[in-house]
Design a protein around this ligand. Structure first.
Ligand SMILES: *Cc1c(COP(=O)(O)O)cnc(C)c1O
Length: 391
């Protein structure tokens, strides 16, 4: 143990930033155009190409939270309508529903995939349900055939939270292209990083056009189209929008991050497989292997620590990993564990027992594309020592 403290801290989710990004940010600064402009347009075009979509069906914003918020407004749902989502997600998923003036309803997850269970969605539908908001958890696609069948049957809007799922595919189709909207995150720990940033993709051009207006004060023209190289143009405010636009400074990072998305994916896939093998004989629960005919984005590698089987509590495990200078994450304490939602909606964690149990047992190990083989070995050795000795 004493020797381990000499190691540098392995920061959880630390991004892999290369010289191309650094040079592009500098070039952006020197260009004098920092705000939404040509680099955002290029990043949108590149992202559209990555998803096999025309550029008119993508809109860059400054976070996935913003993407979810304006998507739900652009979807035109009735005020207070119910939106079914998973209790095993980041709070932003649920907060965006609330900010859009809608009502979140939780449906428990599948214990194996940890994604929202289609049967639980069906059971949660009421006459007030108007949308489903699945989260492709850890980068594993939700059961989209079943979810889209439910949506079709009940005429529901589908908004996919693809914060973990840039590279995800399900039966030959890319995540975010099943629903009416797909919302992506480029937050610092995500698979493509712009610092803060997000992207909306949409099934309809009209919905994306509305989302773009909503993301910039409700204005009919963005700054590049007002002050750019074509001369001043008047704009009109056509609704009360938000300040959610992405900056060229952010897109400068995103352009080069996206160019390396497949390279980084391969590296994370190798790390994910390394952990699967290195931890195979421990009494932990490892993630299920990716399902056939799907592509996992390998955003998170999560293990479950059951105290009875492992001889150590999850929280003690987190403390010991930190003492060994290895950063870990918890994705996530289930949403109804948080006091705000308990007070506002009367939710109790035991109403969604699978998400609750996962939230109490789960640990995310470092999975950055930046990690070297010896660092992966250091992580797996630390896990093995803690599980074998019970801390
Ligand atoms: C990170 C994350 C978000 C929010 O993304 P931001 O870009 O930080 O707003 C939403 N949902 C999930 C599942 C996330 O992991």
């Amino acid at each position: 143990m004493s020797q381990e403290t000499d190691y540098p801290m392995l920061v959880f989710g630390s991004p892999s930033i290369a010289d191309d990004e650094v040079a592009e940010v500098v070039a952006c600064l020197r260009s004098g155009w920092l705000g939404t402009g040509p680099r955002v347009a290029r990043f949108e075009a590149d992202f559209a190409a990555y998803k096999d979509l025309p550029a008119s069906r993508v809109a860059a914003v400054n976070s996935c939270t913003a993407a979810l918020h304006v998507s739900m407004i652009a979807a035109g749902l009735d005020p207070g309508a119910e939106v079914i989502t998973t209790p095993l997600t980041f709070c932003a998923t649920v907060n965006a529903i609330i900010h859009a003036g809608l009502t979140p309803v939780l449906a428990d997850v599948d214990p194996v995939t940890q994604c929202i269970s289609p049967a639980a969605i069906e059971a949660a539908i009421t006459p007030r349900t108007q949308a489903i908001l699945p989260v492709h958890f850890a980068g594993r696609p939700c059961d989209m055939d079943a979810i889209m069948a439910i949506a079709d049957k009940h005429a529901l809007v589908v908004i996919e939270d693809c914060a973990h799922a840039i590279e995800t595919e399900y039966r030959g189709r890319k995540a975010g292209t099943f629903g009416d909207f797909g919302c992506f995150s480029f937050y610092v720990t995500k698979n493509v990083v712009t610092g803060e940033g997000g992207m909306i993709i949409g099934r309809s051009e009209a919905h994306i056009a509305r989302a773009k207006v909503l993301a910039l004060h409700g204005m009919s023209k963005d700054a590049w189209h007002r002050f750019g190289d074509k001369g001043y143009k008047h704009y009109q405010v056509v609704e009360c929008g938000f300040k959610y636009n992405m900056m060229d400074l952010q897109a400068a990072l995103g352009i080069h991050q996206l160019a390396r998305v497949e390279q980084n994916w391969l590296r994370r896939r190798a790390a994910w497989s390394f952990y699967q093998n290195a931890l195979a004989d421990l009494p932990i629960t490892r993630p299920a292997e990716p399902q056939a005919d799907t592509r996992h984005a390998y955003h998170l590698y999560t293990i479950l620590i059951d105290e009875d089987r492992c001889g150590i509590t999850r929280d003690t495990f987190l403390d010991r990993m930190n003492a060994a200078r290895i950063g870990t994450g918890v994705h996530y304490l289930s949403i109804p564990e948080h006091p705000y939602y308990q007070q506002r909606f009367g939710w109790k964690p035991e109403q969604w027992p699978t998400a609750r149990r996962i939230g109490q047992q789960t640990v995310s190990l470092p999975l950055s594309a930046k990690l070297q083989d010896d660092e992966l070995g250091r992580v797996s050795t630390a896990v093995r020592d803690l599980i074998a000795t019970g801390g």
